[in-house]
Design a protein around this ligand. Structure first.
Ligand code: GAP
Length: 512
């Protein structure tokens, strides 16, 4: 996959009604996107997969849907008012703003590319006898780059940990990092920039107070801890799941729907006995990876990235990274958040947020394992893993979205070969029968070959073609998206044949 493919995927998403830039007739709004007719179906199906995998099949996980606006103290308690910020730096010539740590990481990336170049050169020189591991550990030039990387990483991590903005600026100056736009080193000082959006709530400007658009859904779960405990029969260990919008004033908002200012999160907080959090952390790490793998994409598209530098509230954290067209990037976070959040909310609200454990006869603040995935990011992962350009036997090309059938926006397309001779009526009858069970589309425009291509491009797993023979023997052609195989099947057996592939049950069973 490459940047070039990524461009193709983004234009495909627009052309086929998956994703549109927000307010496009006004030239769009940066890093905000709308989902079109096919996009909303695919997104809802991903949500459904997550929700069922969390809430439906786990007796000890319940769901909630908290409001986006929350009491402003919530964000004081969670640390977002004081510490949810990025270190930013401006270039005075281009007037562009960058995340200081990203600029330094970009520099490290370039050193890594230099190592790869050395490897390529050496492998050409030594041919079959080339021993990559030996070369990497012995080449003086590679060692030099590796040492440089180590030193920069250490200094970067130190500066971030100590919130030492001066040290970040010094590193940028020392490494002579230039602005990719202006090419100059005319930088401002590094400053913190809070990522929360705020607005005013109240009738008059005097009485109005500042409220925030939530930057994560997790806090809605923590503040409802007592409510859920009182109203459901959950016993520790148990989870609370939620899907909802979150907002962040991201400075560097690029890469399409990878980093947005308004996005959706699917989060689950799993409450456990103190001291058992590492066991559950491992449990959820594996469970969440399995959820991804069950979709059937290449398993090499996924990897764990354990955090070395932990947030102040965490005692373990890992990302599930996905191989996006622009490289491996975070798709989901799994964090062991200790008792930090509940403890802070106790402190700020003055209310106890504790659990009486009937087994141990103890009362304690539970520890929390969080799984947190961006729905839009998951959408992009599914879209990019499904997008394929295939060369066909006749030399032509087809673009096909090989979506897992359960996630596909439309499951079945009903296509009468021609509109006349009663075929339209027959096709409509089949449509009217199947629509109760499956998201079905009817299409009688254009030649049949073009209609197949259109369904391939939006990932419809099954096409049903109604032709003159249907009138005689009540059979239709069933075409499979991935193999393009066609078979003649009786109309009355259609539902039964496709049912198995379209049921969440099998996907959920392999995700479990
Ligand atoms: N409650 C924990 C939390 O919010 P996070 O790592 O900041 O953790 C979790 O975010 C997930 O939310 C990320 O792994 C990513 O999938 C998604 N996410 C975060 N910021 C995003 C953005 N600006 N646009 C799209 N998705 C985002």
């Amino acid at each position: 996959m490459s940047e070039d493919i990524f461009k193709k995927i983004t234009s495909h998403a627009k052309e086929y009604g998956f994703i549109f830039p927000s307010s496009e007739i006004y030239d769009g709004l940066s890093a905000v996107y709308d989902y079109g007719p096919n996009g909303v179906q695919l997104k809802n199906n991903i949500k459904e997969y997550w929700w069922k995998a969390m809430v439906q099949i786990h007796e000890n996980i319940v769901g909630i849907d908290a409001a986006i606006f929350m009491h402003p103290k919530v964000w004081k308690a969670s640390g977002h008012v004081d510490a949810f910020h990025d270190p930013m730096i401006d270039n005075k010539d281009s007037k562009k703003r960058y995340r200081a740590d990203n600029l330094i990481e970009g520099y490290i990336e370039k050193l890594q590319q230099k190592i790869e170049k050395e490897v390529k050169k050496a492998s050409k020189r030594f041919g079959e006898n080339f021993d990559k591991e030996k070369f990497l550990s012995e080449s003086p030039r590679v060692q030099k780059y590796k040492n440089q990387i180590r030193e920069i990483e250490n200094r970067l991590n130190n500066a971030l940990e100590k919130q030492d903005l001066k040290a970040l600026k010094e590193l940028i100056d020392e490494l002579e990092i230039t602005d990719p736009v202006s090419g100059t080193r005319n930088w401002t000082e590094v400053k913190y920039f809070n990522l929360m959006f705020d607005t005013r709530m109240g009738a008059t400007s005097e009485s109005a107070s500042t409220v925030y658009l939530r930057p994560e859904t997790a806090q809605g779960i923590f503040v409802n801890f007592n409510n859920v405990l009182k109203t459901s029969r959950v016993k520790i260990p148990f989870g609370i799941a939620q899907i909802g919008k979150a907002f962040r004033n991201e400075i560097i908002a690029r890469q399409f729907i990878f980093r947005m200012r308004e996005f959706e999160q699917m989060e689950m907080q799993f409450f456990v006995r103190p001291g058992q959090e590492m066991k559950w952390f491992e449990h959820w790490k594996n469970k969440r990876l399995q959820w991804h793998l069950a979709l059937g994409f290449d398993k090499n598209f996924y990897r764990f990235h354990d955090h070395e530098q932990l947030a102040h509230y965490a005692n373990a954290a890992t990302d599930i990274e996905f191989k996006f067209p622009f490289g491996f990037k975070e798709l989901e976070g799994i964090h062991s958040r200790t008792d930090f959040d509940l403890k802070m909310h106790e402190q700020y609200s003055g209310k106890k947020l504790r659990y009486f454990d009937p087994e141990t006869q103890e009362t304690y603040i539970p520890y929390v394992i969080e799984t947190s995935i961006g729905l839009d990011r998951m959408f992009l992962a599914v879209l990019s893993a499904s997008y394929q350009i295939e060369k066909l036997d006749d030399g032509s090309e087809r673009i096909v979205l090989k979506l897992p059938p359960v996630l596909a926006p439309n499951k079945v397309a009903i296509l009468p070969l021609v509109k006349k001779d009663g075929l339209k009526e027959l096709a409509t009858e089949i449509f009217d029968n199947l629509k109760w069970e499956y998201q079905t589309v009817y299409d009688d425009k254009d030649a049949i070959g073009r209609r197949y291509r259109r369904q391939d491009a939006i990932g419809t797993p099954f096409c049903i073609t109604v032709d003159h023979q249907t009138k005689d023997d009540q059979t239709v052609t069933l075409r499979y998206r991935d193999s393009m195989k066609q078979e003649r099947v009786p109309v009355e057996r259609l539902s039964e044949i496709i049912k198995d592939k379209l049921h969440f049950k099998h996907l959920l069973q392999s995700s479990h």
